[in-house]
Design a protein around this ligand. Structure first.
Ligand code: PLP
Length: 435
């Protein structure tokens, strides 16, 4: 049996950094990533046979827990009928209808394979629909790794985005304006200055890639009003929050409880594919119909709407009824409560933010006590305290996101036993964070 260390060394000799997506390499927290062999319910088992309670849930898709038998068997029987056809299937239509049932403004839905593709296509569509080039995104919001969306976070005022990665031409990100999140005045100012050049605004339904940072009441509705006043499109990115923060995503959660707004376009990913490579964009029919083959905006994919991925997504959504979301909400509250209690007992200063059932913790003196509202405040947290906490939890058998800028994910499988493992691990980890 190989150890995680041996597997990591071997992987690094053939795969850059030993991983296929950077955060998996533990760069932010140090140490050796666990090489996973199997997963079931809320549990993961690594190559050394150690079991972990998982609060990453494959970065969101595992809403029902890992390897839910109904989902696995639906994928198995689809696989027996063929892995990919490169031709339409009825399951794609069924899943598109399920997405529209839950999110009615998604009048038309197109499936792609990754969230990156979904947001990239939504932006192309916004530009195609308006004949304008500029896109606004918000600092600390992540929309995947397409060139134009890898603009560095600007601070305070609207700035022409600088590339956040080598290999991205400055000319490309010059068409991306980066504004501070939750800052309606900055958005108004940007539209006043350049409104007739702006094709659209893309925003996470709730920011969850700088830790969880919910929109201030009225912020998303204000984006809708301002974009509509200027003939620009509003793109709500629900890749992470969609079908997780509620049956109709964080948009639906806000509709029910906070505020009503109707975006032009949505992007979905993660839960919509139930753990398989699938994502989608959806929106107003007249905008979506600009996509090829009905319109002039090109988009395509060999594996788009893959039959294994669509059946995994459809089965997951069919199982994710209102009771599932109710349980998740209750669970999230209980788990947040246990975390807060343990941090208080150990004397660690902290803020726990949540957006419906999604949550994350910001440790240290600096984060705003009344809740972290933007990227600047999120960056003020103590990464050192989180690192100590992370490793102590891992040693106690709990797999947390290996970065303080990520959301924590629960699932319908996180039962009493899982909660006990979590709460037993907390006191020691909070003490480690306090040191
Ligand atoms: N948009 C959001 C809000 C995300 O959280 C992510 C990924 O985490 C993406 C887009 C990109 O999705 P993918 O990693 O499937 O390309």
């Amino acid at each position: 049996m190989s150890t995680n260390s041996e597997l990591f060394d071997e992987a690094r000799s053939v795969i850059p950094g030993g991983v296929d997506s950077p955060v998996r390499a533990y760069g932010n927290v140090g140490g050796v990533p666990r090489f996973i062999e199997r997963a079931s319910g809320p549990w993961l088992w690594d190559a050394e046979g150690t079991r972990y309670l998982d609060l990453v849930c494959t970065w969101g898709p595992a809403l029902l827990g890992h390897s839910r038998p109904e989902v696995v068997s639906a994928v198995q029987s689809a696989a027996a009928r063929g892995l990919s056809f490169g031709a339409p299937t009825a399951t794609e239509t069924e899943l598109a209808e399920e997405v529209r049932r839950r999110v009615p403004p998604a009048e038309r839905v197109r499936f792609v394979s990754t969230g990156t593709e979904a947001t990239m296509t939504a932006i192309r569509l916004a530009r195609g629909a308006t004949g304008r080039d500029l896109i606004i995104k918000f600092a600390g919001n992540y929309h995947g790794h397409s060139d134009g969306l890898l603009a560095a976070a600007g601070s305070g005022v609207a700035t022409a985005g600088l590339p956040g990665s080598a290999g991205v031409p400055a000319g490309v990100t010059a068409s991306t304006l980066v504004l501070p999140y939750n800052d309606e005045a900055a958005l108004r100012a940007a539209f006043q200055a350049r409104g007739d050049e702006i094709a659209g605004v893309i925003v996470e339904a709730s920011a969850a890639n700088m830790g969880v940072v919910p929109p201030r009441p009225g912020f998303n509705a204000a984006i809708r009003r301002i974009t509509a006043e200027h003939g620009a499109l509003m793109i709500v990115d629900e890749v992470l929050t969609g079908f997780r923060c509620g049956p109709s995503g964080f948009w639906g959660f806000q509709q029910d409880r906070q505020e009503s707004y109707r975006p032009d376009l949505f992007t979905f990913g993660k839960v919509v594919g139930g753990g398989m490579p699938l994502a989608a964009l959806g929106g107003r029919a007249e905008v979506m119909d600009l996509l090829s083959p009905t319109g002039p905006v090109y988009q395509a994919g060999t594996l788009s709407g893959n039959p294994l991925a669509t059946i995994a997504g459809l089965t997951t959504l069919q199982l994710a009824d209102d009771d599932v979301y109710e349980r998740l909400d209750e669970r999230s509250e209980a788990w947040r409560g246990a975390l807060a209690e343990a941090l208080e007992a150990a004397g660690v200063p902290f803020v726990i933010n949540n957006a419906s059932n999604l949550f994350s913790v910001f440790m240290g003196e600096a984060p705003a006590r009344d809740g972290v509202a933007d990227y600047e405040q999120a960056q003020a947290q103590s990464a050192e305290a989180y690192t100590a906490f992370f490793h102590a939890m891992l040693d106690a058998g709990v797999n947390l996101p290996p970065s303080c800028f990520e959301a924590w994910f629960l699932s319908d499988a996180h039962d009493e036993e899982a909660f006990e493992v979590f709460s037993d691990a907390l006191p020691g980890a909070c003490e480690a964070a306090a040191r």
